[in-house]
Design a protein around this ligand. Structure first.
Ligand SMILES: Nc1ncnc2c1ncn2[C@@H]1O[C@H](COP(=O)(O)OP(=O)(O)OP(=O)(O)O)[C@@H](O)[C@H]1O
Length: 220
């Protein structure tokens, strides 16, 4: 699904991602690691938001940088959510659906997954952080994309929300949805993961199945 070769991203003199080689196959991949390690930078490179400073990244066989064709095939939820605050969620999601060649039915189906239907008609500037997260997740799963990239999908949710959204992600993983999910901590999403990648200080420091990786990272 994703291949990175010597992938490097610099911001001025800071090296956020340093010569990363990584292969991500189908299934659910959980990316773990400490703050500032480079996880979101990797996801933003996958989503085509950043251009590599050096090296190469391929997502679904394509170069993601500024690639509108690929954007229609993947779904992304950023953290914090990147949503226009003067629009209602319905306006925004219908717009995205049109761009992807989808309709209002797909918007409703994705919103139902995250119990977001009831507040689709308010301006997003009035939303709580947890409501914004649910809209951001709805956006990511709109129209069942071939690959879904989620940055901290449980952030800003209350305890009930964490249980509910983790359950939905687990169910979708079981049904075969391909996902790359960033998290600070391996619980509760780790139990659904096919593999775990640990990124720290701009490098991939561990990869493997949860059984292989979790004993090494009990402290994270
Ligand atoms: N747009 C940017 N401009 C400048 N520096 C950036 C930018 N984005 C990230 N960085 C820097 O790159 C490094 C990696 O950041 P990144 O957000 O990828 O880490 P992370 O592992 O996702 O962290 P967190 O768990 O805190 O979200 C950090 O030192 C960060 O300050």
């Amino acid at each position: 699904m994703i291949t990175a070769r010597n992938l490097t991203k610099r911001f001025g003199r800071l090296i956020a991602l340093d010569s990363v080689d990584l292969e991500i196959d189908e299934g659910l991949t959980l990316i773990l690691g400490p703050n500032g390690g480079g996880k979101s930078t990797f996801l933003n490179l996958c989503a085509g938001l950043y251009r590599p400073s050096k090296g190469e990244i391929k997502v679904l066989g394509e170069n993601p940088w500024s690639n509108d064709g690929l954007r229609k095939r993947i779904g992304v939820s950023f953290d914090p959510p990147a949503l226009p605050k003067h629009r209602t969620a319905r306006e925004w999601l219908n717009y995205l659906a049109r761009v992807k060649g989808l309709g209002e039915r797909e918007v409703r189906e994705a919103a139902e997954l995250f119990s977001a239907v009831k507040y689709l008609d308010r301006k997003m500037g009035e939303y709580s952080a947890g409501m914004l997260k649910r809209i951001s997740l709805t956006q990511a799963f709109l129209g069942k994309p071939e690959l879904v990239l989620l940055d901290e999908p449980l952030a800003n949710l209350d305890l009930e929300g964490i249980k509910e959204v983790a359950g939905v992600i687990g169910e979708l993983a079981q049904k075969g949805t391909n996902m790359v999910v960033i998290s600070h901590i391996w619980r509760p999403l780790g139990e659904f993961a096919d593999r775990i990648v640990v990124i720290a200080a701009g490098r991939v420091v561990l990869t493997g199945t949860p059984e292989e990786v979790v004993p090494e990272i009990e402290g994270i």
